[in-house]
Design a protein around this ligand. Structure first.
Ligand SMILES: Nc1ncnc2c1ncn2[C@@H]1O[C@H](COP(=O)(O)OP(=O)(O)O)[C@@H](O)[C@H]1O
Ligand SMILES: [Mg+2]
Length: 144
């Protein structure tokens, strides 16, 4: 496990760049941590790191947003940003179309609250735990 101290948005941006350089199509990344710990912000910075021009908004109410990744255009690569926070049960998990993305060789999956249905994920490439500290800095625990 790797521990990363984040004391500014700039630090988070730096780590987003590092992660972007490590990810491959097909990967599944779980983001865990309390509301407000910075998961959505991190996905916005990750999209920036991938030079995705679209505005990235929280999928809390829509479950899954997808964005084309310019550097993987040839492979029809997309970033799927999911949020399991509002998913109540396994049936809903399947109904929203998770199966079209998870396990697809064209998709990098980034899942807020992914630990909620971890047993339904085909595998997990990386798990990043966001901790909001009392001094408002963040600690990221990265599990490979
Ligand atoms: N590293 C950071 N430094 C400062 N503010 C941050 C940082 N990460 C997130 N924030 C701010 O915290 C708030 C909540 O972040 P958000 O990404 O929505 O959290 P989550 O998706 O985990 O609920 C936002 O206003 C965001 O700008
Ligand atoms: Mg969020």
């Amino acid at each position: 496990m790797e521990k990363i101290n984040i004391s500014s948005l700039e630090d988070l941006k730096k780590y987003a760049k590092t992660l972007a350089s490590e990810l491959s199509l097909g990967d599944i990344v779980v983001l865990s941590g309390d509301l407000g710990s910075g998961k959505t912000t991190f996905v916005q910075l990750l999209a920036q790191a991938f030079d995705i021009p679209d505005k990235v908004t929280s999928p809390t109410y829509t479950y899954i947003h997808e964005y084309k990744i310019p550097q993987f255009a040839k492979e029809s690569g997309i970033l799927a940003h999911m949020d399991f926070y509002r998913i109540e049960n396994e049936q809903v998990f399947h109904t929203i179309g998770t199966g079209d993305y998870l396990g697809s060789p064209h998709v990098i999956n980034i899942i807020e609250w992914g630990e909620k249905f971890e047993s339904l994920l085909p595998f997990v490439s990386k798990k990043i735990e966001f901790i909001l500290e009392e001094d408002k800095t963040r600690t990221l625990l990265v599990h490979k």
